[in-house]
Design a protein around this ligand. Structure first.
Ligand code: AP5
Ligand code: ZN
Length: 214
């Protein structure tokens, strides 16, 4: 099963990717997590991406396309994958099509901007795995600690309100056009398109996804 998770920053892509990975046994390909890992490792890619990400802007299409192409050809993607945070621009979607990567489902998470700003203020992440929590809506078992490793949770540097608003503006300008793009793909019979109300509680969203995906 090859799935695209489409939605604004904070819409719940990473949260539901955790659920879907467990249920369908397919890997999550989060371009955001890959870039954060590169920053942590201090690679050339990380150095190039850090400033752009901290400002809430998008990393260049060229760089991201190269990263995803390499990841998607690895053995664990043979039976499918979850694309979380990619594609994010029309050129990224076109590049994927050009190299013959087919998609089964495009899932859009619909959440209003003001709900997102509130969510980001309470988000905590486990840097090693990318696991995501919220202090009220999806709290870890032990405050401030990852459920699996017990390691410290952190606040993402781009979760400050000013940066979140900037990321939302960029989403509406550059990523939202992908809604029409994948509607057209669905109409041409190339994939299925589903829109989910992402403002429901985490478990309700997961349940609806499982029902739709089968
Ligand atoms: P990336 O890491 O992809 O960030 P994003 O798309 O902005 O999305 P987020 O991770 O912020 O949100 P999410 O939808 O995963 O929500 P989550 O599940 O965490 O990208 C970061 C940066 O990298 C970009 O700004 C860009 O610079 C660069 N980049 C990455 N990919 C790129 C690309 N393809 N091209 C160019 N640049 C790229 O949930 C958010 C919070 O809400 C959590 O606290 C969670 O617990 C909570 N929550 C989730 N669901 C619910 C619910 N149903 N109810 C209540 N709370 C919920
Ligand atoms: Zn995410």
């Amino acid at each position: 099963m090859r799935i695209i998770l489409l939605g604004a920053p904070g819409a719940g892509k990473g949260t539901q990717a955790q659920f879907l990975m467990g249920k369908y046994g397919i890997p999550q390909i989060s371009t955001g997590d890959m870039l954060r890992a590169a920053i942590k490792a201090g690679t050339e890619l990380g150095l190039a991406a850090k400033k752009v990400m901290d400002e809430g802007k998008l990393v260049s299409d060229e760089l991201i396309i190269g990263l995803v192409k390499e990841r998607i050809t690895q053995a664990d993607c043979e039976n499918g994958f979850l694309l979380d945070g990619f594609p994010r621009t029309i050129p990224q979607a076109d590049a994927m099509k050009q190299v013959g990567i087919k998609i089964d489902f495009c899932i859009e998470f619909d959440v209003a901007d003001d709900v997102i700003v509130e969510r980001m203020a309470g988000r905590r992440v486990h840097p090693g795995s990318g696991r995501v929590y919220h202090i009220s809506y999806n709290p870890p078992k032990e405050q401030g600690k990852d459920d699996v490793t017990g390691e410290e949770l952190v606040i993402r540097p781009d979760d400050e309100e000013h940066t979140v608003r900037k990321r939302l503006a960029i989403y509406h300008e550059q990523t939202k056009p992908l809604v029409n793009y994948y509607h057209a793909e669905a109409q041409a019979g190339n994939c299925e398109y589903m829109k989910i109300d992402g403002t429901q509680p985490v478990e309700a969203v997961s349940k609806q996804l499982a029902e739709k995906l089968g």
